[in-house]
Design a protein around this ligand. Structure first.
Ligand code: BG6
Length: 494
């Protein structure tokens, strides 16, 4: 859908408004939309949380939080306009009375009544059921076309719990009302993958097992778990990052061209990829998946604590903060091409990239070039922090003789002065418009759980030990055991 189209007026309810997600992602994104004049005057927000506050206390809290996030860009005048759209409802998520108060508030918003209502569940997954039941009890799940519920990942904690959660949501909401958000799909560089693959004729013929040796997807974070031990220690990197964000990246790299750029057409192709991923038998698990946890170390020149010493982590926890895994896709395009995925907290740098390594040419014509210089071609699509496409190809080494050397070409996606769009900004606009293209359908969730469930089950039984790595490194060398061939290694930088 065209992002420039005007928005429908909307009431936007944030459950968990005082939480980490609201503070770091949702409120800053909504505030930026205000700054760009993308919010119709009637649009209003209701912050729902447990603290016994009134509107004024909420606005003071929100101001502090946005000042922290926006730094010097904080604009007091703009904030006045933004905060005037908010009201605060204090209540427990499990308390039916609180939803009656929410109903009343929706009936008398500060800016005018809207029939379009979004309920954003920025809360722990274990609270989703209570909210869905309570919204339905006061009739807020209707009308079907206009009221939507947004669910954050992880959707469930394994296949079975995801199915149960889906059933609960479907008891009260239609599939078209449920927006399962994965903010990676809102990142421009991730969306660019589709353009890169399907708008360039020269890429697609090479994009298969005949030319590609393997694919590496790395999402590296230098940050630790911060204040999120309560969530993270029960979740781990496999559920927090790999089952959702990284599986989505994998599907976008591997999928067939969809017949149209429409929500279901796109999602059908992604599901086909997930269904084709070879399931990992128990006896082969060590060769396919590796986990580890960070020790103390130095990141960005600063000494940082190890995971075990982070506030709120259970003593002796074996929760993984690093995961590396190998997946094989059994279809005509990809059979025999390993996809290596790796993500971790407290790694050396904040870097996310998709690196495609090509095969060698069938014949080595340039015999003057030492073999060790005959690196194959790579395409690296850098997602963050830099946003570019990097190509490594051979060219003649200047001078006498016919030697080759590798040259590197970098192309940025963004021109000078083009503002980067925050993933949440883009997705919030989609939600308000009801465009589900960049949201996850339940069968995607289900198949992604089927892929990672054997790993989860295996690790759940290995409770005594987890390998570790120093904070500030790229994770333990043992993760190299996943590579099919000796010449394959992790690309740690661009
Ligand atoms: C979230 C995870 O979904 O994604 C976090 O819960 C992680 O643990 C974050 O840090 C990474 O997102 P981004 O956009 O910073 O790469």
């Amino acid at each position: 859908m065209n992002q420039e189209e005007p928005l429908y007026p909307c009431s936007f309810v944030i459950f968990g408004a005082t939480g980490h997600l609201a503070a770091t992602k949702l409120l800053p994104a909504l505030y930026k939309l205000e700054a760009q004049a993308r919010l119709p005057d009637v649009t209003n927000f209701i912050a729902f949380a447990r603290r016994n506050w009134d509107d004024k206390a909420w606005c003071t809290h929100m101001e502090q939080s946005l000042r922290l996030q926006s730094g010097e860009r904080f604009d007091a005048e703009l904030f006045r306009k933004f905060s005037a759209r908010f009201s605060y409802v204090a209540g427990d998520l499990a308390d039916p009375q609180a939803y009656k108060r929410l109903m009343d508030e929706l009936g008398r918003p500060k800016t005018g009544v809207c029939s379009n209502i979004v309920f954003y569940l920025a809360i722990k997954p274990s609270d989703f059921t209570a909210v869905a039941n309570n919204l339905a009890a006061v009739g807020l799940n209707r009308p079907r076309g206009l009221h939507r519920v947004v669910v954050e990942k992880p959707f469930g904690e394994d296949l079975e719990s995801a199915q149960v959660l889906n059933e609960v949501l479907h008891r009260h909401f239609d599939e078209q009302q449920i927006f399962r958000i994965d903010h990676y799909l809102g990142k421009e560089t991730v969306q660019n993958l589709l353009v890169f693959r399907f708008a360039n004729l020269l890429i697609e013929p090479l994009w298969n097992r005949n030319y590609i040796d393997h694919v590496q997807i790395t999402v590296g974070e230098s940050a630790g778990i911060g204040t999120r031990a309560d969530y993270y220690d029960k979740t781990g990197a496999l559920r927090d990052m790999l089952q959702n964000h990284m599986m989505q990246l994998l599907t976008l790299v591997a999928m067939e061209p969809p017949p149209a750029l429409e929500a279901d057409a796109l999602r059908d192709e992604k599901v086909k990829v997930l269904r084709s991923i070879r399931s990992i038998p128990r006896r082969a698990l060590h060769a396919h998946a590796f986990r580890a946890q960070y020790r103390a170390g130095i990141v960005d020149g600063k000494q940082v604590a190890g995971y075990q010493d982070e506030a709120g982590v259970e003593p002796g926890s074996v929760t993984e903060t690093f995961v590396a895994a190998k997946f094989l896709i059994d279809n005509w395009r990809w059979r025999g091409v390993p996809f290596y995925l790796r993500t971790g907290k407290r790694l050396q740098r904040q870097t996310s990239a998709i690196a495609i390594r090509f095969r060698h040419p069938p014949q080595q014509l340039f015999s003057e070039t030492p073999l060790e210089n005959m690196d194959p071609n790579w395409i690296v699509l850098s997602i963050q922090p830099s946003e570019n496409m990097h190509l490594e190809i051979h060219a003649k080494q200047p001078g006498l003789g016919m030697r080759t050397h590798m040259i590197q070409m970098d192309a940025g996606y963004r021109g000078d002065g083009e503002r980067p769009i925050d993933a949440y900004e883009a997705l919030l606009l989609d939600i308000v418009r009801g465009d589900a293209t960049n949201f996850i359908r339940f069968d995607e969730v289900e198949w992604a759980w089927r892929v990672v469930d054997p790993i989860l089950k295996f690790w759940a039984q290995e409770r005594d030990f987890i390998p570790s790595y120093s904070a500030g490194t790229w994770g333990p060398e043992e993760s190299d055991r996943l590579f099919e061939w000796d010449y394959q290694t992790w690309r740690d930088g661009l």
